[in-house]
Design a protein around this ligand. Sequence first.
Ligand SMILES: [Cu+2]
Length: 216
Amino acid sequence: MKQTIVQHTDLTFLIIIGISFFFLAVITALMFYFMYKYSRKKNPVATDITGNTTIEILWTVIPTILVMVMFFYGYAGFKQIRNAPSDAMTVKVTGRMWVWNFEYENGVKSDTLFVPTGKPVKLELNSVDVNHSFYIPAFRIKEDAVPGRKNYLWFEPTEDGEYYVECAEYCGLSHSYMLSKVVSMPKDKYDAWYNAPRPKEGADTTKPKSDTLKTK
Ligand SMILES: [Cu+2]
């Protein structure tokens, strides 16, 4: 089975953290061992080391293999994140101080991202004012929304639920309130929402002006 972006990102993270902690433990243990073994009391005369070809080859080859492994997992994940499936539905996302707006293929607009579970969703990002960063932690995706530039990302919800959408780039006074939600639901429920009749664009929905609203 093909890994999802979430699984792949978590695996990559685990591999890099695993390698890091392994060397943290080895280096720390060796450091204490050498402190003991080569202390002045036990080893009053310094040893003159002129070189060791075997060790030099090892400390070149092993780290090279390790960074290649990290690169491989990182690049495989990057390729997956940059290539939205061709059957993905498209939603336009606009960032503005300080809200996210979503526009669907049929022109429906909302400030919550409603999606059907099990369908890939491609998001086309744009911003009307300053740089924002569209971030859905649960799906491990984040991408800048830059004025005058089109950017994109995609994800596929595998379970019904509600997930946070955040702005991950400081964009002004109310940046921390720039939150929204992804609501993932069964396809029939989504279709009902998507196709529900709505007031026509441009229709006057403002309330009639009333004298009671006047203030002195
Ligand atoms: Cu923002």
